[in-house]
Design a protein around this ligand. Structure first.
Ligand SMILES: Nc1nc2c(ncn2[C@@H]2O[C@H](COP(=O)(O)OP(=O)(O)OP(=O)(O)O)[C@@H](O)[C@H]2O)c(=O)[nH]1
Length: 397
């Protein structure tokens, strides 16, 4: 049950660079055999504080107390104007979007590419237009589905007396929309009280827009921040008051740093706010100069922003926490003595029994109780997991 994040953006915004950087894992953090599963599907990681440091344990799964937990990243191609009408690779774009739980929308914050991705002088294109553009494409695609099936849906809601949220959820099940999400959108638009046969097109568009926001939450990766005019970044940050999450970033710098780290030139972990040069004598002045420029960016922005985007999606937007199941609660290990062998991303609000099911269906079904490995307290099946919990599960199996 991996988390799938879609990486979307118009041509030339730096999406491929972001994808390459985010899926280029150093051997130290990669516990997946391949970081690229398919050409456009890769393994990336969220970064969390591993409990090993606090417990003074040596943990082979983390780097200096930083745990990298795998998520899947989908490089979505084909965002072009009118993608929702099937233009360009529009259908592929929307099909990819269907499966994702959330979106990282990579935009060119420098304003150096127009809406179709053609290069223009930096600062001449308004990056706010790019944000609207992606949202409109998804909303109008969803509206298209609603509009096309409207007669069928009306009949269903009238004849069978099925609840409208159930009818909508069924129609959009493939997009990950359930009846709770549908109900929320219907309530917010006020359409819950209006029979579907009387819905107008603008009302259906408003509903589609809300369904998009609820089912495909997004983070805006304000990329190329290294060359972006400051007023662009300020304008983008200003969107946060409207509920947007905007992160200034540089995929170009992240890729360069990960490459430098994998070749042993620097010590750098994704998400670090600085790096150290390992062998300065091996670098020429131009390389040193380039690294120092990158360091300036990191200092100013608390890192390159790439790890922040991933963490914000998983822990912020989607509300996941990390739980560590163990078999020996006194040593914090599995049966073979491996310290903190697994880190599971699990939804906030999940219980000890939910964690048991994540370990194995049989263990979930035969769950007896949990033990908080830190306090050795017994936990019932309804115990709500807290971030960073280490839990021993006792079952009859
Ligand atoms: N200055 C700067 N340039 C960047 C950054 N990220 C990407 N670029 C450059 O932007 C250009 C486009 O980057 P790509 O990653 O190929 O863009 P893309 O969005 O995948 O483009 P398509 O493959 O056409 O969809 C390249 O010249 C990159 O080197 C960045 O953070 N800063």
């Amino acid at each position: 049950m991996s988390i799938l994040i879609a990486l979307a953006g118009k041509p030339n915004c730096g999406k491929s660079t972001f994808f390459k950087a985010a899926t280029l894992a150093d051997v130290e953090i990669a516990n997946y055999p391949f970081t690229t599963i398919k050409p456009n599907l890769g393994v990336s990681y969220v970064r969390a504080k591993c409990p090993c440091k606090e417990l003074h344990l040596t943990c082979p799964k983390c780097s200096d107390g930083e745990r990298f937990i795998a998520v899947e990243l989908l490089d979505v191609a084909g965002l072009v104007p009118e993608a929702h009408k099937g233009k360009g690779l529009g259908n592929a774009f929307l099909d990819d979007m269907r499966q994702a739980q959330a979106i990282i929308h990579v935009i060119d914050a420098s304003g150096g590419t127009d809406i179709e991705g053609n290069v223009v002088p930096v600062g001449t294109h308004d990056p706010l237009d790019d944000i609207k553009f992606l949202e409109t494409e998804i909303t109008m695609w969803m509206f298209g589905i609603l509009h096309k099936n409207w007669v069928k849906l009306s009949r269903k809601a009238s004849a069978s007396g099925e609840k409208i949220e159930d009818v909508i959820a069924e129609q959009f099940a493939g997009l990950g929309i359930d009846n709770v999400m549908a109900k929320q959108a219907l309530l917010e638009t006020g359409l819950v009280d209006k029979h579907i046969v009387n819905w107008t097109e603008p009302e259906m568009i408003e509903l589609s827009d809300l369904l998009r926001k609820i089912s495909k939450p997004l983070v805006i990766a304000a990329n190329k921040a290294d060359i972006a005019p400051p007023q662009n970044l300020e304008k983008l940050k200003g969107l946060e008051k409207d509920g947007y999450r905007v992160i200034a970033c540089s995929a170009g710098i992240e890729l360069a740093l990960r490459n430098a780290a994998s070749h042993g030139f620097i010590q750098y972990l994704p998400g670090d706010k600085d790096f150290t040069i390992k062998n300065p004598e091996k670098l020429n002045p131009a390389q040193k100069g380039a690294l120092e420029k990158m360091r300036e960016f990191l200092k100013k922005n608390d890192g390159t922003g790439i790890q922040k985007c991933l963490n914000e999606v998983v822990f912020g937007l989607l509300g996941y926490i990390v739980a560590y199941p163990v078999e020996d609660e006194s040593k914090f290990t599995d049966k073979s003595g491996n310290v903190l062998p697994d880190a599971f991303l699990i939804k906030k609000g999940s219980t000890a029994r939910d964690l048991a099911f994540r370990v194995h269906t049989q263990i979930g079904e035969s769950f007896l109780f949990g033990i908080n490995a830190r306090t050795k307290m017994r936990l019932g099946d309804k115990y709500e997991l807290q971030d960073n919990d280490i839990i021993k599960i006792t079952s009859t199996k």
